[in-house]
Write a protein that binds this ligand. Sequence first.
Ligand code: GLN
Length: 484
Amino acid sequence: MHQSTLAQLSVALESKQISSEELTRLYLDRCKKYNDSLNCFITINEDEAIEKAKFADQQRADNKHTALTGIPVAQKDIFCTNGIKTSCGSKMLDNFIAPYDATIVEKMNNAGFVTLGKTNMDEFAMGSSNETSFYGAVKNPWNTEYVPGGSSGGSASAVAARLAPIATGTDTGGSIRQPASLCGITGLKPTYGRVSRYGMIAFASSLDQGGPMALTAEDAALMMNVIAGFDERDSTSAEQTVDDYTEKLNDSIEGLKIGLPKEYFGEGLDSNIAKIVEEGIKELEKLGAVCKEIELPNTELSIPAYYVVAPAECSSNLSRFDGVRFGHRCEEPTDLSDLYCRSRGEGFGKEVKRRIMIGAYVLSAGYYDAYYLKAQQIRHLIRDDFQNAFKDIDVIAGPTATGTAFKLNEMIDDPVSMYLSDLYTVSVNLAGLPAISVPAGFVNNLPVGMQLIGNYFEESRLLNIAHQFQQATDHHKAIPGGFE
Ligand code: GLN
């Protein structure tokens, strides 16, 4: 049963093949059994989950349920969960019990989902390998000597190992798509503003976006139907009407115009990855899509622009963690300045401190014009590149990541190499576009994802293409050895 998709679990619950309590216990047993080796959960909510599952069974008996009532989910530990520890992967929030639910969590709870636990992540979502977590690195189920990607590495590892049928992630510069690629699952980063950020701990507010990490595009669509929509508690959430994301899944993609950016297939891309992605694109051509080469000339500026904008916003967002209101407080501060310095010095890890310092620097009076303003101008150029491209094509296809999963500790002392591995994902966030990563094959038994980028609010189209691809291929069905 744990190999099932959401769509299959929904049928199994409806036909009473299994109860939510049985299903929840089955997943909880797997979580407990494998968490020692994968470290993908920070918190496992056994008691609350079983309570919630019993309630879901009652709702089904009373005919007050939705199609998803009683299905377990893993929530990334960046989302506030009422009464449950919400650490954001940091010592700073190790003692923080959220007093309310994030909108995503509230919507999923209302739809009847059962929260199994909170998944491990890079500290404050800063990282690409899940090694910056205060709770230790997460392991990739395809090979536990390798990273799962980051920052939503706990969610990706949990779904890939079938410890949860679906999970939430957040993507500021690739953190849904890159771990989805490295763990062989499907991850959708929605358009900026499509899913509420209320209760999602902020990293870089103009880039952050929550979304589904699932086994299939169909499952991602089912979850999008629950979480998407306007939220008056998030002033950046979009008032745009919400699609039924399952409606177009089965549409033909005959005649679909795909753009292949020449900048995505050149230097920097591992040739084995290029081959897999090219085969994936051929598969889409067999389904009737037509491809043409396009240019996104400012691609090479996306990493430098992102690593100015994201730290700038993080230095501002993280100023609230000062040891006064909540979070870590140092022992016996001598005065206010000592309280700030030691609480922050002890509470934050190395990567977070590095970003805060870069951010404070690029925002400082003397350097604002040279760095922050320039980065914002580049951001406009990148957005314009995409808009020019979308005049002639429907979607863009390419790799999600520059390589497969890398070995634990291989890059942790080389932040610049780590930053460069975000080459194909960050420009999507700078432009605020939606994008999906789908499993496309393997290199040395490690998964490779193919990325599809759409125009604003075209999540339905991306899910349709991804679903058609998954109807024609089996890559998304592969299960890592030892987790069957
Ligand atoms: N790897 C990128 C970073 O370190 C993206 C992180 C994210 O999307 N949260 O900032």
